[in-house]
Design a protein around this ligand. Structure first.
Ligand code: NAP
Length: 241
């Protein structure tokens, strides 16, 4: 299969964004495309992904939709192979997809099957996509991994409530530290980013505009080579773990 298909000789950086058919992920795709990336728009429903890509890039040269269910190992394996064949490179990974903001639940009575479901997407989903793309990311001259987290996963401010979501995001933060440490010195910067309270389907009405929340994610996805790794940020500023 022809690689890149953009007539650029394969020099344009390629970014992969999960859960990008709506919400913050969709806006991250828009902002990365505006900054000159070729962006792979992951969506577990391909038709929704195609519609979402067309809203940003009607011509189809900058944003490529792909079916991706991060909770399904086979789907993630297929992604790794497909990105390698189609683009021959991956420079940015934004682990954005997440579920189960369980504001109704309490740790003392939590349904552990629900907690497991949250972990399978919010932690293991991000982990398996990272593993699938790492061979390509490690070949990039400027690889960046952004784990879209939440202050709800901050141990420093945790005091009860949203148990499945909070534990999954705290775990994602731990994964961020591990990956950053193991990839230090190999040019791969790995950070966790809280977008703040954003008015999406998950965040609900009253939150900040999606473009503002996405901007902090894009900041971490486009850090210079001497940028931080292993940190937790909102709007480019550190957040307590
Ligand atoms: P959202 O509007 O609910 O969108 C979530 C996206 O993730 C959707 O595209 C959804 O796809 C996708 N997704 C869920 N499970 C998936 C799976 N197994 N495989 C692939 N895609 C999957 O959420 P959002 O507000 O944009 O949140 C984006 C990120 O920001 C999340 O990590 C969230 O935890 C974080 N965050 C959000 C807020 C906030 O206030 N909104 C605050 C802090 C952190 P479908 O359309 O198929 O369901």
């Amino acid at each position: 299969m022809a690689q890149q298909q953009a007539g650029d000789g394969g020099t344009t950086p390629v970014a992969v964004v999960t859960g990008a058919n709506r919400g913050i992920g969709h806006e991250v795709v828009r902002q990365l495309a505006d900054r000159g990336h070729r962006v792979v728009l992951g969506s577990r429903d391909l038709a929704k992904g195609e519609a979402a890509a067309a809203r940003i890039d009607p011509g189809g040269g900058r944003v490529t939709p792909v079916r991706l269910d991060i909770a399904d190992p086979a789907s993630v394996d297929t992604l790794g192979t497909w990105v390698a064949e189609r683009f021959g490179r991956a420079d940015v990974l934004v682990n954005n997809a997440a579920i189960l903001y369980d504001t109704w639940a309490r740790a003392v009575t939590a349904d552990l099957a629900e907690v497991r479901r949250a972990l399978d997407t919010n932690l293991f989903g991000a982990w398996r996509v990272t593993q699938a793309l790492l061979p390509l990311l490690e070949r990039s001259p400027r690889a960046r991994i952004v784990n879209v987290s939440s202050e709800g996963g901050s141990l420093a401010s945790m005091s009860g409530g949203i148990p499945a979501y909070a534990v999954s995001k705290a775990s994602l933060n731990a994964l961020t530290r591990l990956l950053a440490g193991e990839l230090r010195g190999r040019g791969v910067l790995v950070n966790a980013v809280c977008p703040g309270w954003v008015a999406t389907d998950m965040g609900g009405a009253g939150g900040r505009p999606v473009a503002e929340g996405a901007a902090g994610v894009v900041w971490a996805a486009t850090l210079p080579d001497d940028g931080p790794s292993g940190g937790f940020f909102r709007d480019g500023r550190p957040v307590p773990w």
